[in-house]
Design a protein around this ligand. Sequence first.
Ligand code: ZN
Length: 259
Amino acid sequence: MILDLLLLFLLGLSFGSFVNAWVWRLKTGRSISTGRSMCPSCKHQLAWYDNIPVISFVFLQAKCRYCKKPISWQYPLVELATTLLFVGIYLHFSPISIQTWTVLALWCLASVFLVAAFVYDYKWMLLPDRFMLPVIAIGIVLVTMSGVQNGWQSVVPQLIAATVFTSIYLAMWFFSGGRFLGDGDIRLALAMGLLLAVPQLLVAVFVAYVVGAGVGVYLVAQKGRKRTDQLAFGPFLIIGLYFGLFWGEQIAHWYLRYF
Ligand SMILES: [Zn+2]
């Protein structure tokens, strides 16, 4: 068990490192398969020992070995978040859904594509199709598998919820002229509708808006950001999606019992 966890931890770290590299290469137009990693400031090629997840960051004291420019906290944070998600999915889901493919799908979904989409949207206010389309595809596969296993009637409420939820986002996008949310958020809404059953979806939306409002109020109070400055909403929806995925059912049950 300890050995399993250690192995998962190391795998998670390398997935995190991959996500960082992928996001940066998508932004700069470099291919993920060619060339070695380089420092974004001085473009010096990084040796393998400059590129060990988290450890290099700590060892180099958050500065590039060659140009001494600070290395962004994004790198270790993304590596740690990916690792937590990677190990968390295994511990949370493997006892319930014994099918290996579900765990594999959730790994790709939650600890690669959604983390990459989160980082990209947070930094550049865009949810690239490169990340969102695989998320939607995984959602469709999971719904289809569920339909095949449990009968197609069982997925009808899911499909209705996904359609309604996506339509709400489509309408908000249309009537705001794309000012309040981008078209990437519509794809994210579709993915959430496909991935979460109705109670989980409601929990996800609730968490997204509460966290979003909290951060918004905090930023305005700090005066670091004017009220008019835009803040991407995708990352909050993704945080909500994680809550829905991991604890949506428990939170919904708890809510129904007490209110
Ligand atoms: Zn450098």
